[in-house]
Ligand binder design. Structure first.
Ligand code: ADP
Ligand code: MG
Length: 666
């Protein structure tokens, strides 16, 4: 568990609590409560149904509750007799005969003296096989005692942080052993200053690590890329449109960075459809114009191919060679491509992360662009660093994200990056009209699909995750295609999902793009980036299962042309309050910033940014949405710490970043 020292135990924090500090009267219980109660057994019987069950009825002055045991020993029947008094702890459920507890923890009370109650909330620690909660209680107790005795815990921040926050020791004592009058809910929601105090340190440690990473990267040299006016204006002139003011501004910021021999580390945030690709192209063009290569890394093959086609259109007239390194290429083609890349004949290289994982040698790479950055995460950004670039010269880095997030959150997560925002959509986009419909209205939806296709438009039909299983998801998509084909025999319906071979998938996407298909049934593989302006209707099934940002990304596939577009969110009723709220937000706004903000509130950054799986974003205490207010103060003190107090920085990293080893290495 990465716990090596006594201090590691101190910072091994509970992830939830139980309240065994008080006895709740049975009459006050509500379903879902996890509580301690006491009462006298008034009925004890073994019920035989398909199996034997031990059922007790327990009574106090205020009411009666059932206790059920599906597994029990003969001795338990002897011990749990009518007239005995019990103290139980468990979750209240709605049973067939009123409220009940199933397999509660229990303790038989003697008639004379009742055991004392806990004098603090009971912490529950993350654990591993072979270590019980009791062991954690003992270990943490020892460490907490030790902390109080000596000058064991260095708390060098207290002088620097807001006065209303408690000391580190107070905060740790509170979190490990919350006093009994605390409401569990407040603790869970992080409303206590003790939690703020720890969150402050944790975010600070996170930012310090990233800033050190930034410093390390920026100690290297990067090529100075001067603006080649002629080539640049030729490129812009050939475009079918003029850049928006926001695109121009961001291009300027990038070109500014290129003037220095320091590696650029810049994030471009822009809503779906805001035109990030062409901004990347402008940047890559400068690298090429200065005699360097530029690489563009996309999250999926489908997207890499789309980028490739765009770049060929843009770059070929300028006599710039573009290579697309795909998994599907035959060995021979691949070899010759690798050679082209090594020789520098391929000036622009496009592919998935494979372009950095394998034995791809660039002649002189000047710029790396990472599209839809959140799918790569910090680790890949780091691995770029040691990708064997020559003579301590490393390329500039541009990362592009389509989940626009509020500034303070971006600051916390991407402390190593400068941030540019494309806060404007290209002109002429009509807002997408979004409606939510119950699944029972499927026939109406199909009629609508037919009408849209009659008008020469195209439709996405998205089958989303119903179960965790990808196989099942693909089967659902297949079944949907068959079903739609029966309902709409005259329309051409294609299907893409994760289990379809890459070549076939690309072929079908291409068919859809060229309007050789009317309807594309797809799983969420189309989520990012695919661009078909003639598609004006999107149906999303089981919309209630998706997060807001994901819905927004999907929806962004339509509304890319001049025609009015629609999105139908189909759901299974009945809807919970929170899902209703989510669907309403989708109907009310198409502003990616607003949607991301709401999504962050509802689900937390790890989920929204897709970094949860990598473990990079798992904060122990901090919640970046909840604790945004801390960021300005953190930013005030961090530079001082970085330049004057390397020891404190090191200690903070050791305290908080143990599980993020990649950072710690830097
Ligand atoms: P995203 O930011 O989601 O990656 P894209 O780069 O795919 O967006 O751009 C979406 C669409 O908008 C593309 O068809 C692109 O050619 C077009 N586009 C980009 N910039 C402009 C602009 N300034 N004016 C008109 N259309 C534009
Ligand atoms: Mg894109």
């Amino acid at each position: 568990m990465n716990i090596l020292t006594i201090k590691d135990i101190l910072f091994h924090l509970p992830y939830r609590y139980q309240d065994k500090t008080r006895i709740t009267p049975i009459g006050d219980l509500r379903v879902g409560d996890k509580v301690m109660l006491e009462g006298e057994i008034i009925i004890a019987e073994e019920v035989r149904k398909s199996r034997r069950i031990l059922v007790l009825r327990l009574q106090d002055m205020t009411g009666v509750i059932s206790l059920r045991f599906f597994h029990y020993y003969p001795q338990q029947i002897v011990n749990l007799q009518v007239g005995r008094k019990l103290r139980c702890f468990g979750e209240i459920r709605a049973g067939y005969y009123g409220i009940e507890m199933v397999h509660p923890e229990y303790q038989i009370l003697s008639n004379s003296d009742a055991p004392s109650l806990e004098n603090h909330l009971t912490p529950i620690y993350p654990t591993t096989e072979g270590i019980t909660q009791r062991t954690w209680l003992q270990l943490t107790q020892q460490v907490l005692t030790l902390c109080q005795q000596e000058d064991f815990l260095l708390d060098e921040l207290t002088a620097l942080i807001p006065e209303h926050l408690p000391s580190l020791l107070e905060a740790l004592l509170f979190v490990h052993r919350p006093p009994p009058q605390i409401k569990l809910q407040d603790l869970i929601e992080g409303k206590h200053l003790a939690i703020k105090r720890l969150a402050f340190e944790e975010i600070l440690a996170h930012r310090l690590s990233l800033k050190k990473l930034r410093q390390t990267i920026r100690q290297n040299q990067a090529p100075v890329l001067t603006l080649q006016e002629q080539l640049n204006s030729n490129f812009l002139h050939n475009l079918a449109f003029e850049l928006t003011a926001a695109q121009k501004k961001v291009c300027q910021e990038i070109l500014q960075d290129f003037q220095q021999a320091i590696p650029m580390l810049r994030l471009v945030q822009g809503d779906v459809g805001s035109g990030k690709t062409v901004v990347a192209a402008v940047a890559m063009l400068q690298a090429v114009a200065n005699g360097y290569q530029a690489a563009l890394m996309a999250p999926t093959d489908i997207l890499a191919e789309q980028h490739y086609r765009n770049f060929v259109n843009w770059m070929q007239p300028l006599d710039i060679q573009v290579a697309w390194l795909a998994g599907k290429h035959k060995a021979k083609l691949r070899r010759s491509m690798l050679e082209d890349i090594a020789l520098g004949n391929a000036q622009i290289v496009i592919g998935t992360h494979a372009i950095f994982q394998e034995a791809v040698q660039f002649r002189q790479l000047g710029l790396v662009v990472i599209d839809e950055q959140h799918r790569f995460g910090v680790e890949q950004r780091l691995s770029l660093r040691d990708k064997g670039f020559k003579e301590d010269q490393i390329p500039h880095q541009l990362v592009m994200s389509a989940t626009p997030i509020p500034r303070t959150i971006a600051m916390s997560i991407y402390a190593d990056l400068d941030v540019s925002v494309i806060d404007e959509l290209p002109p002429g986009r009509k807002p997408i009209k979004t409606i939510a419909l119950a699944e029972s209205k499927r026939d109406e939806v199909i009629n609508r699909v037919a009408k849209v296709c009659e008008q020469g438009r195209q439709v996405y039909w998205v089958c989303t995750l119903i179960t965790e299983s990808e196989t099942l998801q693909c089967q659902t998509a297949e079944a949907t295609q068959v079903y739609l084909q029966q309902a709409l025999p005259n329309l051409r319906i294609g299907l893409v999902h994760g289990k379809i071979a890459p070549q076939t998938k690309e072929f079908i996407m291409q068919q859809f793009k060229q309007h050789e298909l009317d309807i594309l049934v797809a799983t969420t593989v189309i989520e990012v980036g695919v661009d078909v302006p003639n598609a004006t209707l999107m149906i999303i099934e089981n919309a209630e299962r998706l997060g807001l940002s994901q819905l927004h990304q999907l929806r962004g596939r339509v509304g890319r042309g001049a025609a009015a577009s629609f999105c139908v969110l189909m759901y299974k009723s009945p809807l919970s309050q929170s899902v209703r709220e989510r669907l309403n937000i989708m109907r009310e706004t198409s502003d990616g910033f607003k949607i991301a903000k709401k999504d962050l509130e509802l689900r937390g950054p790890g989920e929204v940014l897709g970094t949860k799986q990598t473990g990079v974003m798992t904060f122990k205490v901090a919640d970046l949405s909840r604790d945004q207010d801390l960021v300005p103060t953190i930013m005030q003190i961090e530079n001082q710490l970085l330049s004057n107090h390397p020891k404190i920085v090191e200690r903070l990293k050791q305290r908080w970043m143990v599980y993020k080893e990649k950072y710690a290495e830097v």
